[in-house]
Design a protein around this ligand. Structure first.
Ligand SMILES: Nc1ncnc2c1ncn2[C@@H]1O[C@H](COP(=O)(O)OP(=O)(O)OP(=O)(O)O)[C@@H](O)[C@H]1O
Ligand SMILES: [Mg+2]
Length: 311
């Protein structure tokens, strides 16, 4: 059963230099209890895609298309209806704990706020439950930590607080934005395990640069480049048999595979290259790639690639 159906989503920001097309004609489906990884290099539009779903973008943003969540188009809900869903049905674990947590509120109180708002608990119940949520994230000495301020916690602990806060309202759909960023190797693998265990009966969009983490947690992976999706398949297939030259390059650029960066830099989102957006950097580019925009081509079982080489 499809839980989230994104149809032809375009999220564009007006700017003095023109429209920044951060998300451009994205189609994406996430099934109930499916965990989908979204990967791609910095600035390609991953966070903007997540923010478009939960509708946390400034009012001047132009969002077009449809985002059907359990049969309702989120883009047609008013702010009040959206507020009822946010945190309770759909929650986002934001990209940067240091700037996302409120520096002047104890972390336990920040989690308790979500619980009061979405679970209808009174203050005392919410505080007790917040400590339980923190303990569930395996934070050491949860009740002591709940009484501390964000700056008193390590990076890994702050990430645990973000996870506890994101999951406090028992959302069915979670968007996790770079939950392992900036953590040391040991902490990273603990957080990966934690996210995997805490999302087994939920749907998730996990935004990450960390393909190994995506491989461990996610059922499927979608690859984004310059505002659009270039490839989509099961996590196993993306890791072992990527078909798009960009995905192949992205995998080669990982530290575990030798850190071979893709030559060239990300294209402009205001005026992306004609034809295939990746063609100026593609080692296998053909004449047609400069002229025509490739469609998503269906390969075998649920594998799609936006590349003429696959036609
Ligand atoms: N509010 C905004 N106004 C104008 N442009 C924006 C805004 N937010 C994001 N952008 C632009 O949209 C593009 C996509 O940004 P986004 O944050 O989604 O990238 P990302 O893929 O999440 O990158 P990273 O991996 O570094 O987090 C970037 O070029 C960014 O500068
Ligand atoms: Mg981001």
């Amino acid at each position: 059963m499809v839980m989230l159906d994104i149809i032809n989503l375009r999220t564009h920001f007006p700017s003095p230099d023109g429209l920044v097309k951060a998300v451009d004609a994205v189609d994406l489906q996430i099934e109930k209890r499916e965990r989908l990884g979204l990967i791609g290099e910095t600035g390609c539009g991953k966070t903007v895609l997540g923010m478009s779903i939960i509708r946390l973008l400034q009012p001047s943003t132009r969002v077009q298309g449809r985002i059907i969540y359990n049969g309702r188009d989120l883009l047609e809900l008013n702010e009040k209806e959206m507020r009822l869903l946010r945190g309770k049905e759909i929650a986002m674990i934001l990209q940067n704990p240091t700037t996302s947590l409120n520096p002047v509120l104890k972390v336990g109180d920040q989690i308790a706020e979500v619980l009061q708002l979405h679970m209808g608990l009174d203050k005392r119940e919410a505080k007790a439950k917040a400590v339980q949520m923190l303990a569930a994230t395996m934070i050491p000495e949860a009740s002591k930590r709940a009484d501390q301020y964000p700056h008193e916690l390590s990076g890994g602990m702050k990430e645990r607080v973000m996870i506890a806060m994101g999951l406090a309202g028992q959302p069915s759909f979670v968007i996790a934005d770079e939950p392992t960023k900036g953590l040391d190797v040991g902490t990273k693998s603990e957080i990966v395990r934690l996210i995997r265990d805490m999302t087994t009966d939920r749907s998730m969009l996990m935004i990450t640069h960390d393909l190994a983490a995506a491989g461990e947690i996610c059922d499927r992976i979608a690859v984004m480049y310059a505002g659009e999706l270039l490839e989509e398949a099961s996590a196993k297939t993306i890791l072992s048999d990527p078909q798009h030259p960009y995905t192949q390059g992205f995998i080669q650029s990982l530290p575990s595979r030798g850190l071979q960066p893709i030559p060239g830099s990300s294209p402009s989102l205001i005026d992306p290259p004609q034809g295939c957006r990746f063609h100026p950097r593609c080692p296998k580019a053909m004449e047609i790639c400069k002229k025509e925009h490739p469609p998503m081509i269906k390969l075998d079982n649920g594998h799609f690639a936006r590349c003429f080489l696959c036609a």
